[in-house]
Write a protein that binds this ligand. Sequence first.
Ligand SMILES: Nc1nc2c(c(=O)[nH]1)N=C([C@H](O)[C@H](O)COP(=O)(O)OP(=O)(O)OP(=O)(O)O)CN2
Ligand SMILES: [Zn+2]
Length: 147
Amino acid sequence: MKLTVTKEFTFDCAHMLSNHDGLCSNLHGHTYKLEVTASAQLIKEGSSKGMVVDFGDLKSIVKETIVDKFDHSFLFWEEGSEAEKEIARVVENFGMRIVKFKERPTAENMAIYIINTLNENLENGIKIVRVRLYETPTSYAEVEIDV
Ligand SMILES: Nc1nc2c(c(=O)[nH]1)N=C([C@H](O)[C@H](O)COP(=O)(O)OP(=O)(O)OP(=O)(O)O)CN2
Ligand SMILES: [Zn+2]
């Protein structure tokens, strides 16, 4: 039997897809919807007895490592176009939020980063087994790992 719990989050980001053959090469933003699914053995004792992970604890870790980092920032690719890097410099020089990303900030790459980062920061046998990231109400990327 595999038990999972899922919690939803939202955050807002500006990004651009350098060299995209379409509108997404322009600076634009999304309200991302993030679904995070955790799996573990049921906790046997204490205040979280009978839970895979307390929704409150899951919320804290996702907020600290992902949402608070990305929210209201310009997420830019460190190897993107000169325009992308120059926009990031200007945004930073004006004291506004940027996040430097090693990969092109597609929904797929963001989902991979999110599941890896969360799993590096979790203890007690809890694993994030699925991340689904909506860029728009009709478009999402999903990454799953086997436990
Ligand atoms: N596989 C991917 N395709 C695209 C990505 C992505 O991350 N992965 N990103 C974009 C753009 O950043 C942007 O999200 C546009 O997405 P799209 O769904 O095409 O947006 P629309 O506003 O046209 O959505 P509708 O709901 O269809 O109006 C592009 N592609
Ligand atoms: Zn986009």
